[in-house]
Design a protein around this ligand. Structure first.
Ligand code: SAM
Length: 280
């Protein structure tokens, strides 16, 4: 008989054997399709090791990385799951860290990944935007990532200008990274099955942008999208001493029509606006 949590076992059986139930609050929808897990891991392995896995859960992805002997640090917030994985994967290439990924300080990642690494994960839906924002902050340490997210979130993150899917995170990634929408994963591939399908995306941060410029980008993009139905000239700009008049000048200097709307402006124009604002 296999021990609970053997790679080929269905999550329902593993959870039952461990006496655990999926925790909705932690977005625990476990991947139950080994072929899909194989595709995600194969994609991640086209990027260089070592790997940071966010939310390993019952180890659907982690097991395959461990089987390949790939070096992994896997961060799991659920104490029971972290203990289970630690016991099962002891002595191999995987280290399990019990922590909330969003609270791990940058210096910890510097210590554990001195030469950087690749991030991957099947992310809990409720924290997918904060995780992507955190990965943007950590982009020098983890220049590449392969993530499974809710399908519509992937569509938004990979969207270009001109539609309602295009938003703040699409602009950040549009400026800082090359993104790819890789493939869709049907809800039936998970236990328990979520209400929506998922998709896998990859991104590669490109170019070097000083922190001041990225902070300026955040400020101007948030202002632009604060009221996305209004024209850009009406954006709230409390951060500008010269108020709306100065904002209109900045927009025009960046080649952006103040009578246009936030969702029509391409990432490169937002970068130009951030440069005008920051004087960089
Ligand atoms: N990777 C596994 C799989 O594909 O089956 C599990 C994916 S499940 C969607 C998300 C996992 O992230 C869960 O195991 C959950 O406990 C964990 N998690 C949730 N919030 C977290 C956080 N803030 N930091 C680290 N792990 C978290």
């Amino acid at each position: 008989m296999r021990p609970p949590g053997s790679p080929a076992e269905h999550p329902r059986r593993t959870l039952a054997a461990l006496g655990l139930s999926p925790r909705k609050s932690l977005g625990q929808n476990f991947l139950a399709d080994r072929n899909v897990a194989g595709k995600i891991v194969a994609l991640a392995r086209t990027f260089p090791p070592p790997y940071l896995e966010i939310g390993p859960g019952l180890g659907a992805l982690t097991d395959l990385l461990a089987e390949a002997g790939a070096p992994v640090v896997a961060v799991e917030v659920d104490r029971g799951l972290a203990a289970h994985l630690r016991g099962r994967l002891a002595g191999g290439s995987v280290e399990i860290v019990e922590a909330d990924f969003l609270k791990v300080p940058a210096q910890e990642w510097r210590r554990r990944f001195p030469a950087g690494g690749t991030a991957l994960g099947n992310l809990p839906y409720s924290i997918s935007s904060p995780v992507v924002l955190r990965l943007i902050e950590l982009r020098a340490r983890f220049p590449r990532a392969v993530l499974m997210l809710q399908r519509e979130v992937v569509d938004r993150l990979c969207a270009g200008p001109g539609g309602k899917e295009y938003g703040i995170l699409s602009v950040y990634l549009g400026v800082l990274a090359e993104t790819r929408r890789e493939f869709v994963v049907r809800r039936a591939c998970f236990h328990p099955a979520p209400d929506v399908d998922s998709a896998v995306m990859s991104f590669r941060f490109v170019g070097e942008y000083p922190e001041d410029l990225v902070a300026a980008l955040r400020t101007v993009v948030r202002a632009a999208f604060a009221h996305r139905r209004k024209t850009l000239r009406n954006a709230p700009v409390p951060f500008l001493q010269g108020g709306s008049a100065q904002w209109r000048e900045l927009l025009q200097a960046a080649g952006i029509d103040p009578a246009g709307r936030a969702e029509e402006v391409p990432p490169a124009a937002y970068l130009a606006l951030a440069r005008e604002f920051a004087g960089i």
